[in-house]
Design a protein around this ligand. Sequence first.
Ligand code: COA
Length: 260
Amino acid sequence: MSNYETITIEKRGNVAILTINRPDKMNALNKMVHAEGVAALDELRRDSAVRVLVITGAGEKSFIAGADISEFEGQTPVTQRDLFHEKTFFNSIDAFPKPVIAMVNGFCLGGGNELALACDLRVCSENARFAQPEINLGIMCGGGGTQRLPRLIGEGRAMEIMLTGDMIDAETALRFGLVNHVYPAAELEAKTMELAAKIAEKAPIALQLSKEAVKFASRSNLDEGLRREIDLFAICFSTEDKKEGVSAFLEKRKPVFKGR
Ligand code: COA
C-alpha cells in the first residue's frame, strides 16, 4: 500500500482497517482526506487478500466531525460544485465492491454521518453522537445525506435530523436503524473485528453480488430489482465457490472460499 498523510491502512487477516487520521481536527474531512481516501479504496479494491473493509476515525473522541469547515471559506458555488463532482470519498465507498463497515467511535457529524451512510453496516460505541449540523452553518448536506438518510431511517426521522441539526445518541441511532449495533467503547473494536471476520469468511463473489443487489433495491422499482436479483443469483452458479459451498454442506465440513 502507498503511504498516506491523512489516513492509515492496517491489514488484519482478510480485513483492512482504514483510519482517518486527523485527531486534532476531530478527523474532519478535508480535500486531502477525500483524495487519499479515493486512492486507498482503489488500492484496496484491487487487493484480493482484502475481503472486508472497516472505516474508523483516530483517537477516542471522534469518528468524523464533518467536512473541514475551514475549507468552506473562499469557496464559490462553482468551485464547491466542481469539488463534489470529482470522485469523492463518499462515492468511492458507495461503489466499493466489498463489504464496508463504519466503526463509529465518537462524533459522527455532517459529512462524517454521510460517509457512514455510504458504508454497508454501521456499528458504534455507546458514546457516539450523530447529527447533520449543516443547517447551523446556513448550508445543507452535500455528501448524499438527504438521499441516503431517509432511505435508511425514513423521511420523518431524517427530516427532523436535517432540519434541527440536533445530535442523537447511540441508543436513539440504534432505535432509528441508523446503526446495526452499539457496544461499550472498550469493546467496539473487538466486536467490529468479530463481525468483519465473520463476513470475510464468506464467498467473496457472492458477497459482492449480494451487496450489489441490496444496493439496487433503493435505486429501482420492484420488478427491475427482482430481475436483477435473479441475474446476479445465476452468476453465483458459475463460481468455484458455489461448488465448494454446496460440496462442503453435503460433506458436513466447513467451506473454504477462494473468491473464484
Ligand atoms: N472542521 C474543521 N475543524 C474542526 C471541525 C470541522 N468540522 N470539527 C472540529 N474541528 C476542530 C476545531 O476547530 C478544533 O480545532 P482547534 O483546536 O485548532 O481550534 C478541534 O477540531 C477540536 O474541536 P473542538 O470544537 O475544540 O472540540 P469540542 O470537543 O469542544 O467539540 C465538536 C467537538 C465536534 C462538537 C465541535 O468541534 C463541532 O461542533 N465541530 C463542527 C461539527 C460540524 O458542524 N460539522 C459539519 C460540518 S458541515
